[in-house]
Design a protein around this ligand. Structure first.
Ligand code: FAD
Ligand code: NAD
Length: 447
């Protein structure tokens, strides 16, 4: 079957690119092995943020005493699980999403697609040919670390955690990255006894050390056990209880085990070797137009530029313009924003202090605490957080905004890093009183 473009994988970026290319008049085939929409709407961003919204509501209600009276809350996981089934995922049915895509003129092929030659994808024995090229948008899947015994146990990955119909009594979370931190706090707030095991020396290891320290403090205050420097060595399951040994400290036991130790993309399963690409690589390398080879584009998690929906959509926009021969700015990654939606939210953009120093930049940093700002003091309960700025050569190269609405406050810092606005000019701006983002002004003064 002949097409102009074949899009392999219909996660956020693949779906967007396929739909827009078809609307522009190209003959587009999309190949999807699972659900149209990918990880984000069914097992990622959307349902996890629904869980977080519910968990945050419980905690806000628990903060009433001492500020506004008394409160008592009775968590009901059934309401969260119900919303995820009915409102978010349609019980993991993608009929609506598939109709939306085919309604734009895309021909959808269900099944695992593989590149079998340049310009050729085979799915379920059917050969599809693309005159202009192939877009690889196949995302990532949970990585399973090589821990003795693990694969023999019924551990959870993010799919199982998102589909949970009950909050477990106890839960071990392996990995204190974005997924581990968000879901550890969610289940804890619904009454689960949670232990986080993180092999690095802090939670959210790529972020500023102050972010990991802050989360540890908040987690421990909420009753979550946090063990860092704790790489799992062995996992057992006796039919009802998991036991995880870490080499240091006592073994941990719990009803469930969530493995959230990162993601992987299997390039050999995609057949990108047909284009001369290294199939043992962790990700597909692209140029600024997201081209990986003549007639091959890649976007999303598979490019290794940040496993975030906004990165996938940003790259999809570049792919669409490039394929249509329209002008578009090359992809830039100096200001990739990311938000871990714990409470407090950890928002960050650009380089951490350590990353900037590793690049040999002459770095200046400053940090102020949200609790010391007027808004933080007014807020009283749940006012933990900080702003940290990393500057070099008179511009911000990185920033962290941790706190209530930390992800929203991040927006102005993303703009500053993206547009390389001089620090001096940022300091001349007006900051509304009393807002959380006014802490940025105080931090600029420190800087
Ligand atoms: C629990 C969790 C929470 C998250 N929260 C956030 C968040 O708050 N914000 C954020 O920005 N990001 C978040 N993410 C990350 C986000 O979900 C991913 O970065 C995003 O979905 C990646 O999009 P993608 O376009 O690369 O493809 P994916 O969403 O990974 O989809 C790829 C699709 O390709 C299909 N596919 C793979 N191989 C083939 C093949 N050979 N043939 C056919 N189809 C194939 C898959 O079935 C899948 O549907 C979260 C992830 C998880 C797991
Ligand atoms: N809010 C968001 O934007 C959001 C939320 C969830 C996920 N995501 C995306 O999905 C990606 C995957 O999330 P993730 O949390 O699985 O990966 P991650 O890479 O963010 O974190 C994995 C953590 O597991 C630790 N680890 C690895 N092996 C271990 C072991 N054997 N024992 C103990 N700890 C171990 C690592 O040190 C790391 O801190 C994220 O990097 C992020 O890009 C984004």
């Amino acid at each position: 079957m002949e097409f102009d473009v074949i899009v392999l994988g219909t996660g956020p970026g693949g779906e967007d690119a396929a739909g827009r290319l078809a609307e522009a008049g190209l003959r587009v085939a999309a190949v999807e092995a699972n659900l149209v929409g990918g990880e984000c709407p069914y097992w990622g961003c959307i349902p996890s943020k629904m869980m977080i919204r519910a968990a945050d509501l419980l905690t806000e209600a628990r903060r009433v005493p001492g500020v506004a009276g008394d409160s008592s809350v009775s968590p009901d996981w059934g309401q969260v699980a119900g919303r995820i089934r009915t409102e978010a995922t349609d019980d993991w049915n993608d009929e609506v999403a598939a109709k939306r895509l085919t309604g734009k003129g895309v021909q959808l092929f269900r099944g695992q697609g593989k590149i079998t030659a340049r310009g050729e994808v085979t799915v379920n024995g059917q050969v599809l040919r693309a005159a202009r090229g192939i877009v690889v948008a196949t995302g990532s899947e949970p990585a399973v670390p090589p821990i003795e015994g693990l694969r023999r146990t019924p551990f959870w990955n993010n799919h199982d955690a998102i589909e949970a119909e009950q909050a477990p009594e106890s839960l071990i979370v392996l990995g204190g990255g974005a997924i581990g931190a968000e879901l550890a706090q969610v289940f804890s707030r619904f009454g689960t006894a949670v232990t986080v095991l993180e092999s690095a020396d802090r939670l959210l290891p790529p972020e500023e050390p102050e972010a990991g320290e802050l989360l540890r403090k908040v987690f421990e205050a909420e009753g979550i056990t946090v063990r860092t420097g704790a790489a799992a060595r062995r996992v057992d399951h006796d039919g009802s209880v998991f036991t995880v040994e870490t080499g240091e400290g006592p073994a941990v036991r719990a009803q469930r085990l969530l493995v959230a130790t990162g993601r992987r993309s299997d390039l050999s399963a995609l057949g990108v070797g047909a284009f001369g690409l290294d199939e043992s690589a962790r990700s597909i390398e692209t140029d600024g137009r997201m081209r990986a080879a003549e007639g091959l584009w890649a976007l999303g998690d598979v490019t290794g530029k940040g496993a975030f929906t906004h990165v996938s959509m940003y790259q999809a926009n570049i792919v669409v313009h490039d394929i249509l021969g329209e002008p578009v700015h090359d992809a830039e990654y100096h200001a990739v924003p990311r938000v871990t939606f714990t409470d407090p939210e950890i928002g960050s953009v650009g380089l951490s202090q350590a990353q900037a120093e590793q690049r040999g930049l002459r770095v200046r940093t400053a940090l102020t605490r949200i609790a010391d700002s007027s808004r933080g003091w007014i807020h009283k309960a749940g006012n933990e957080g900080f702003i940290k700025l990393v500057a070099a050569d008179g511009v911000l190269v990185g920033a962290t905004s941790a706190g209530p609405a930390g992800g929203e406050v991040l927006s102005m810092l993303t703009l500053a890093v993206h547009a390389r606005i001089p620090v001096r000019r940022l300091g001349e701006m007006l900051y509304a009183f009393p807002t959380f983002h006014r802490a940025v002004e105080a931090t600029l003064r420190e800087l």
